[in-house]
Design a protein around this ligand. Structure first.
Ligand SMILES: [Zn+2]
Length: 440
């Protein structure tokens, strides 16, 4: 037989392996969705897999260090009481790093998505080379990896959030104007030794607004469709449809900051005119209110969002007018986008979270007059759960989500071998395991 033509036996073996892989993902998804309240019998009932198959899948997930048995459930049942299952809080972890204009942030989450480590270093990146900035990012990531190893966590991959256009499939930065970067492969500049992670570790790259959108865990778990609007120097958005990020053909979806608010309006850095960013971006709000600051000051570790809020709370008329204008522009664009996508949920992140008390009434008013669904229901437009930490957090959660979506990728990885097996945390000698943190 030709060596490239698989024998029928080999084809059947391949199909069995891929079916097993899909079933492992199905079983783990059941446990992740109902963490601590699901038994083997529940998995069998929900997936229509027979009891012995679902039980053997669970055994494999336990042996692979992804699932733990919590003990007997308290639910009434016939026969032997079922054992409830939950995701482990040691073993696979996700490392998220955000590189922004004036800070670098790192975050580690465990398989449940709970935050186990967070740290931010303030430093103006403008004028520094990508090599220098990514060296700092690797050092910060390395400190995070060392810290969480004490709790038996092993990062499975690292995801980097960038303020700019990214080719997520090629894992390349196309253009990050505020950092002055273009055509860059960040994975090639990240030193695995500095990160404390093995060579060839998966590095994922995406736009900060996309990752920030993934920080909204409750909405993601329920499969809700929503628009996540992320405001800072620029204005971006993440479009989540049915619990999945919609990236578009090139991964450039969600560039809401460059939707037109006024056809012949203010010129924009993108080459267009009247873009939302020129009315509702952080710089635009400051400019319109007459506040002079260094251009490019970012949020979170900087005082900008707080400065805007405090001025508004003091009744500074020019700031209130600037926020009113920003809210109107946001409302127009959000209302139009809701019509386009047929969604009724909007989350305001970045500086908009801190400014939500001032922006929400105006945004809701504009949306109500524009959104087609307003005749039948009220739109749900709310502040995000997380503030400036959202991109690094969402990046970290995107890594562990890959494990939940395809547990076979962890089960066969080097990281799994370095981690604990059999559901028992392995604590490096000389360290005490940290207490399980509360989910964030
Ligand atoms: Zn523009």
């Amino acid at each position: 037989m030709h060596p490239l033509v698989a024998s029928p036996d080999r084809r059947r073996g391949g199909r069995r392996r891929s079916l097993r892989r899909l079933n492992l993902a199905l079983a783990l998804r059941c446990i992740a969705d109902d963490d601590g309240f699901v038994s083997r019998a529940d998995i069998s009932a929900r997936t229509a897999l027979n009891k012995s198959t679902s039980s053997s899948l669970v055994d494999e997930l336990i042996a692979g260090g992804l699932v733990r048995e919590l003990g007997v459930t308290t639910r009434p049942s016939v026969g032997r009481p079922p054992t409830s299952l939950a995701l482990v809080t040691h073993g696979p972890a996700g490392l998220g790093i955000e590189v922004n204009v004036d800070y670098v942030a790192a975050c580690v989450v465990d398989l449940t998505g709970a935050v186990r480590y967070q740290h931010v270093v303030s430093r103006d990146q403008r004028g520094r080379s990508p090599e220098e900035v990514l060296r700092l990012a690797a050092r910060l990531g390395g400190a995070a990896v060392r810290a969480v190893r004490q709790s038996g966590l092993v990062p499975f991959g690292v995801a980097i959030a960038i303020p700019g256009m990214v080719d997520a499939n090629a894992k390349k930065i196309i253009l990050a104007p505020n950092l002055g970067w273009s055509d860059l492969d960040p994975a090639a500049l990240l030193d695995p030794a500095e990160l404390g992670l093995p060579q060839g570790l998966d590095v994922f790259v995406d736009n900060e607004a996309n990752f920030a959108a993934l920080s909204e865990r409750e909405l993601l778990l329920t499969g809700t469709s929503y628009l996540y609007v992320f405001g800072e120097i620029g204005v971006g958005s993440g479009i989540v449809l049915g619990g999945n990020l919609y990236r578009g053909r090139n991964g450039w979806s969600g560039e809401i900051g460059h939707l037109t608010v006024e056809r012949a309006g203010l010129p924009c850095g993108c080459g267009g005119r009247g873009c939302l960013e020129q009315y509702a971006g952080q710089e635009a709000i400051l400019r319109a209110s007459g506040v002079r600051t260094a251009v490019g000051t970012s949020l979170g570790v900087g005082p900008t969002a707080t400065l805007i809020r405090e001025r508004a709370e003091r009744g500074d008329t020019s700031m209130l007018v600037a926020l009113e204008r920003a809210g109107r522009a946001l409302g127009v664009v959000i209302g139009n986008t809701m019509n386009l996508l047929d969604i009724d949920r909007v989350v305001l992140g970045g500086i908009y979270k801190e400014l939500s008390d001032h922006l929400l009434p105006t945004i809701r008013e504009e949306v109500t007059t524009r959104w087609a669904g307003a005749r039948w229901s009220s739109p749900r437009i709310e502040a995000a759960v997380h503030g400036a930490e959202a991109p690094a957090l969402g990046a970290a959660r995107s890594v562990v989500r890959r494990v939940v979506d395809d547990p076979a990728c962890w089960l066969g990885s080097d990281a799994a071998h370095r981690s604990s097996t059999g559901g028992t945390p392995r604590t490096p000698s000389g360290f005490e395991a940290a207490a399980d943190p509360q989910p964030h």
